[in-house]
Design a protein around this ligand. Structure first.
Ligand code: BES
Ligand code: MN
Ligand code: ZN
Length: 479
């Protein structure tokens, strides 16, 4: 993994003369340029739009001007994107020490946070397995210069760094990012944040009655893990928020085998759990006063002599029976036990789950927005506010009773498919709902489209796991 983990700060502009900075980025709003600067941008066919860079004519100059668009249209997300263009340029041109003049004047601290998020997020490259030149990472430091709010900028850096760690979990392939690796990551984060981490192995969770998770895991030799992290930063009587994540470390489809084309991308099928781990990772550093529990069922979905078959009936942790009509709809099977466990053992304020659950959500919303389904409109409204803050789009789909009827089975309580050819993403949520305790506010995030293959965001490397929605969760929690 390569990314910058924290920012340096420099209050005095005079220190910018320090030779060590190979590049110094200087901000400008398109409507606030003086004549010369405007001419410089124009000579390079630019106007100072968000993230546009203009270079001094003198090739010895270290100064690069970056545009922030019109000052009346500034948003935190635009600051993130501008930061992303600066660092992308610095990496592509092999700079090692970069100074960035802080663009913040009176916009408030969230702008500082967002700008520093952009700097760190865009510094990430996944290079672990490149042993030649391409694997070299030259960037050593990013220094913020000027009057930015240091606390807010540091917070942004902590959060963004946690997002980068999670991208890494997603990018490592299935032979490396195994359930055991996820469990070890949880233990490390737990140690850092003073959390209690409990891991149930196959034998244990099978004995406990997690027949649905065990059913999916029975086809693989790679040891599956049921991972629980408990962070108690709040008062004892305060209800915890529970974050549940799909930790499917490789999805072949099982006996209902997936086609070969692009199957390698199913290493990303644990990106829901990466959201959960990312939030816990940031929480471990930020230490907010609240209680948060993370639950991640993690396994490969493989095929072979001991794998489950279409038609098999499994019994979940809450006692409900499930007819497995397609072994490729495995995410909902492992989440059924995680949601049942969360509902039985805690009295949560609310539960959020994150999963690369359906290909259908990519058809519906593309790689642009996360599918959101919930049993509680207040929770949805709060999620939308956080989504606007963090620039991570969510779009709500309905979860009416008619959809829930579509996952009823003739031979068991529920089946893991909806009606053929209809509302596949909602069917996934309708299935999950059967395993959420009555009266518990709950929201389901289908991140199959947004956790990788994201394009045209300067601070997300193409072909990498995106780490999207972690920032939204932290904003929602008020961490
Ligand atoms: N992990 C997949 C969903 C997925 C598909 C994520 C494409 C990212 C890109 C999930 O386990 C799956 O296979 N879902 C099936 C469900 C179907 C059998 C009802 C799907 O979407 O095809
Ligand atoms: Mn699948
Ligand atoms: Zn899957």
């Amino acid at each position: 993994m390569a990314h910058i983990k924290k920012l340096n700060f420099l209050k005095n502009h005079k220190d910018l003369n320090d030779e060590k900075f190979g590049m110094v980025a200087v901000p400008t709003f398109s409507d606030k340029m003086d004549k010369d600067l405007k001419a410089l941008f124009e000579s390079q066919n630019k106007t100072g739009k968000v993230g546009e860079l203009a270079f001094e004519i003198d090739s010895n100059s270290r100064i690069v001007y970056y545009g922030l668009g019109h000052s009346s249209k500034k948003t935190p997300e635009n600051f993130r994107r501008a930061a992303g263009e600066i660092i992308t340029y610095a990496i592509n041109n092999k700079y090692d020490e970069v100074a960035v003049e802080c663009p913040i004047t009176d916009e408030g601290e969230y702008y500082c946070q967002a700008f520093s998020e952009g700097l760190i997020l865009s510094s990430y490259r996944f290079l672990n397995y490149l042993t030649d030149e391409r694997g070299k990472y030259h960037l050593k430091s990013i220094t913020m210069v000027g009057s930015c709010n240091e606390d807010a900028a540091k917070k942004g850096a902590i959060i963004a760094s946690a997002v980068c760690d999670s991208r890494d979990l997603g990018n490592h392939p299935g032979n490396i990012a195994t359930p055991s690796k996820l469990a070890n990551f949880a233990k490390e984060v737990g140690k850092k944040g003073g959390m209690k981490v409990t891991i149930f192995d196959r034998e244990e969770f099978t004995k406990m009655g997690m027949g649905s998770f065990a059913g999916v895991a029975q086809g693989t030799n790679e040891p599956p893990k049921f991972i629980i992290m408990e962070y108690n930063g709040g008062k004892k009587e305060e209800k915890p928020v529970i974050l549940v994540g799909k930790g499917l470390t490789f999805d072949t489809g099982g006996v209902s085998l997936k086609p070969g084309l692009n199957m390698d991308q199913m290493k990303f099928d644990m990106c829901g759990s990466a959201v959960v781990f990312g939030a816990m990772n940031a929480i471990a550093s930020l230490k907010p006063k609240m209680n948060v529990v993370a639950i991640v069922p993690s396994t490969h979905n493989m095929l072979g002599g001991s794998a489950i078959r279409p038609g098999d009936i499994l019994t979940a942790y809450n006692g409900k029976t499930i007819e497995v009509l397609n072994t490729d709809a495995e995410g909902r099977l492992i989440l059924a036990d995680a949601l049942s466990y969360a509902s039985k053992h805690y009295d949560p304020e609310y539960i959020l789950d994150f999963a690369t659950l359906t290909g259908a959500v990519v058809i519906t919303l593309g790689h642009i927005a996360t599918g959101l389904m919930s049993n509680n409109e207040t929770l949805v409204e709060n999620i939308k506010v956080s989504s606007d803050n963090t620039g991570e789009h969510v779009w709500q789909l309905p979860l009416w009773d008619e959809y829930c009827d579509q996952v009823k089975s003739d031979v068991a309580d529920v089946k893991n498919l909806g009606s053929p050819g209809q509302a596949g993403t909602i069917a996934g949520a309708a299935f999950l709902k059967a395993f959420v305790g009555k009266d518990i506010p709950w929201a389901h995030f289908d991140v199959a489209g947004t956790s990788y293959k994201v394009e045209n965001r300067s601070y997300i490397q193409k072909n990498s796991a995106s780490g999207q929605v972690i920032r939204l969760v932290l904003d929602l929690l008020g961490a």
